[in-house]
Design a binder for this molecule. Structure first.
Ligand code: SAM
Length: 222
């Protein structure tokens, strides 16, 4: 079955991720267990296990695997956690989260990507994921609060709506900066409700978060 293809390339990807300082075996195992190629357009399957962002259509990209591993290492989703993901994209990172967390709520603004991600998740019988098409910069209030919030698109600032939806003891990670370059920002809420922001975990370049608390869309843009 095609889920078991590219075994050697998967192992090499895991070594690459490990060489970037991700030592957690639980995280590394996820990249072996979940076939990234099945979340990508067939035209890029031959590059699916390289440590690169890849085009998924509609001007969007699937994020770099080592960066996704770093997100998991910082966010540490646990089996009882409710997770909010902004920017479903291909759905691969959604699947990584779903394997680690209790339930994942993932918002994507491009309908076609959300439909494709749903199909890949269903094919792999990943059931603990709810998908929504819409503006994730405002979160998903109906299911708040979340123990973990993970944003895969660049924001000009930390959206207050997402901070509001963070549970006590919760962690929010997102790229903040200009359209050209961002730094990862970790926002935590402690048990007494106090919110802290930690900057400069790493520099990166993500596609823009478009929406109410992100960058404003140009008229006529999708
Ligand atoms: N983790 C995904 C993956 O590996 O496939 C990354 C997807 S990509 C880097 C970021 C996604 O965020 C894009 O699919 C884009 O359409 C989406 N996006 C941008 N602004 C958004 C918003 N306000 N709400 C929801 N999704 C948004």
């Amino acid at each position: 079955m095609s889920a078991y293809r590219f075994v050697g390339a998967r192992r090499r990807l895991i070594e690459t991720i490990r060489a970037q300082g991700i030592e957690d075996l639980e995280i590394l195992r996820l990249f072996d267990d979940i076939p990234r190629h099945l979340f990508l357009p067939e035209g890029v399957w031959n590059r699916a296990y390289q440590d690169h962002p890849l085009p998924i259509g509609y001007g969007q990209t699937a994020s770099q695997p080592s960066l996704q591993a770093l997100f998991l290492q910082v966010l540490r989703p646990g089996p009882d956690d409710q997770v909010l993901e902004i920017g479903t994209g291909s759905g691969f990172y959604t699947a990584l989260l779903a394997a680690s967390a209790g339930r994942v709520y993932s918002v994507e603004r491009i309908r076609e990507l959300s439909i494709r991600a749903r199909r890949a998740l269903d094919d792999l019988e990943i059931r603990n994921v709810a998908l929504l098409v819409g503006d994730g910069s405002i979160g998903w209030r109906k299911y708040a609060p979340f123990h973990v919030i993970s944003v895969a698109a660049a924001s000009p600032g930390v959206p207050s709506a997402l901070v509001d939806q963070l549970a006590a003891g919760g962690r929010l990670l997102l790229p903040v900066g200009t359209l050209e370059e961002q730094e990862l920002v970790l926002v935590t809420r402690n048990q007494t409700g106090e919110v802290r922001e930690e900057r400069a975990l790493d520099r990166c370049t993500f596609v823009p978060l478009l929406g109410q608390y992100g960058w404003k869309e140009e008229p006529g843009e999708e």
